[in-house]
Write a new protein. Structure first.
Lengths: 143, 375
């Protein structure tokens, strides 16, 4: 029994260490990359919009939960705010809200690439690994 | 019967496994503590190169952060590993060059306890690998102390004219603060000033690199170029975000052909143009690459020095007391920076993002500044 517990603990440590080693951000990037792959795999523009919109909404929901958890620092709060603002802009542009020109149907694949590339740039650099792990766990559980 | 169940945990083959792990740990510990110099000797000294070294390239690749990116097919890449492969190819394709590659990797531990060396050094001369060593990268005062040590040990002293280049591939080098740049060392700071202090030891006798390539986000700022100007005659940098697919290494292969005339500024413009074309075809985000003539931009930098310093000081003060949101912007959007000398000594290759609020932006001054975010 002890051996099983020890073995299980080691496996858990490896599982938890993997995303930490990757800086955690990679897991978030995968969320948007997966959405972009799905967008490109479908021909239907409405479905493409739905996939993108759902990926923004689910991530926003997770970020809201992390924000309201009270477990994060002020610095992380600023980083998450910035990430949320970026998601909101993307959502607005997709739908053509708040002064944005609506992304046309023929541009949706390019837009999905833009979202991935934009996320890969400096947006999440100020969020700590611990908070990123919290976000990832919630993404896995809720999305 | 009971004994046979109990035996399953501690009897063979586990003792062998435990002994093997202990031996491996001991070997790792002994090798970790061994040398005076913080390097693990795995050097393969080769015979002297037959061709004279005409190009000396130092390439520092920061890999201790999040460097994952995807291509448009969804394939994953680790930017630092890609950069390392590119740097090695440059080293192998240049028969007249010596190339120093420093790969700064994340800190790792053996069995979660024993630290392992977190820097890897490659030295190529005349297209051949001469040395490959692991080293510690976090035990000195200067950010490049151990890199400089290795550089001095292997560099070719050439009395002839050598074209020297310094390449840095990594995340944005902070202009202030700088904590958390290394994911493995969250308390350690790394700023433009630290970077410049580190460069001093690479450039003896007040010499300057002929070319410096900063493959990072937001390095085309008045402060960064002003601080690094004394170390390089020509600097290639991105004023805005730079995607992790980075500046091209391809243009640095076969320098004996592409830089035959020795005209480094012209080569820098070709390099920037080629990289711009590739990035613009691959990316939907903005692409901005500038080539700075470090001497010719001095007039402009001198003119805006006070106002930019004031901005930096204000940001630093605010960052410790409150959370005034700030963002990068083209200096040309701020009247205090718009001067007749603004474009002197700067060649800019710019294409706006295909989406987002700046998608209609036509051009960029080549200089990136700060401003407060208006709600």
């Amino acid at each position: 029994m002890k051996a099983r517990i020890a073995f299980g603990s080691i496996i858990m440590m490896f599982v938890l260490t993997l995303p930490a080693n990757a800086g955690g951000k990679g897991e978030l990037q995968k969320h948007f990359n997966d959405a972009a792959n799905k967008v490109k795999a479908t021909e239907n523009a409405s479905e493409k919009r739905q996939i993108l919109n759902e990926s923004f909404q689910s991530m926003s929901k997770v970020l809201d939960k992390v924000q309201s958890s009270g477990l994060i620092s002020n610095e992380d709060r600023v980083g998450i705010n910035s990430l949320q603002a970026t998601l909101k802009k993307n959502q607005d542009e997709l739908a053509g809200n708040n002064g944005y020109e609506r992304v046309s149907d023929v541009q949706l694949n390019d837009f999905s690439n833009y979202v991935v590339q934009n996320m890969e740039q400096a947006e999440m650099i100020s969020i700590s690994v611990v908070t990123l792990l919290l976000i990832i766990i919630l993404v896995v559980l809720l999305v | 019967m009971q004994n046979s169940h109990n035996r399953s945990v501690w009897d063979a083959p586990y003792p062998m496994l435990v002994i093997s792990v202990c031996c491996a740990t001991l070997i790792m510990l002994l090798s970790s503590c061994s040398a005076n110099l913080p390097v693990q000797r795995k050097t393969q000294l080769a015979e002297e190169g037959v061709l004279e070294v005409q190009y000396s390239i130092i390439c520092v690749i920061h890999g201790d952060g999040d460097y994952l990116y995807h291509d448009t097919s969804g394939n994953e890449y680790k930017a630092d590993e890609e950069a390392l492969a590119g740097a090695k190819k440059v080293a192998q394709q240049n028969p007249n060059a010596e190339v120093f590659i420093f790969h700064q990797r994340p800190r790792r531990h053996l069995l979660f306890i024993f630290p392992l060396r977190d820097g890897e050094f490659f030295y190529y001369r005349n297209g051949r690998l001469i040395a490959n060593e692991m080293y510690w990268r976090d035990q000195g005062q200067s950010c490049f102390e151990h890199e400089v040590e290795l550089y001095r040990r292997f560099r070719e002293i050439n009395k002839g004219k050598t074209v020297s280049m310094f390449l840095y591939y990594g995340h944005e080098i902070p202009q202030f603060g700088g904590a958390g740049y290394d994911a493995s060392y969250p308390d350690r700071t790394f700023t433009v000033l630290d970077f410049a202090n580190g460069l001093k030891d690479f450039t003896p006798e007040s010499a300057r690199f002929n070319l410096m390539i900063l493959s990072t986000c937001f390095s085309g700022t008045p402060y960064t170029i002003g601080t690094l100007g004394p170390f390089a005659r020509t600097i290639i940098a991105s004023p805005e975000n730079l995607h992790l697919s980075y500046f091209d290494f391809h243009a640095l292969e076969r320098l004996d052909l592409s830089l035959r005339d020795g005209d480094v500024p012209a080569f820098a413009k070709r390099f920037a143009h080629q990289t711009f074309d590739r990035l613009a075809s691959d990316l939907q985000t903005a692409v901005s690459i500038s080539v700075y003539d470090a001497d010719r931009v001095q007039n402009y930098l001198h003119s805006i020095h006070k106002v930019y310093d004031h901005t930096l000081t204000t940001i630093k003060e605010n960052s410790s007391s409150s959370t005034v949101p700030i963002e990068h912007c083209d200096c040309a959007e701020l009247p205090a920076y718009v001067l007749p000398t603004m474009n002197n000594g700067v060649d800019v290759f710019y294409r706006s993002a295909s989406f987002g609020i700046s998608k209609f932006k036509q051009n960029h001054s080549g200089w990136e500044c700060w401003r407060e975010i208006v709600p």
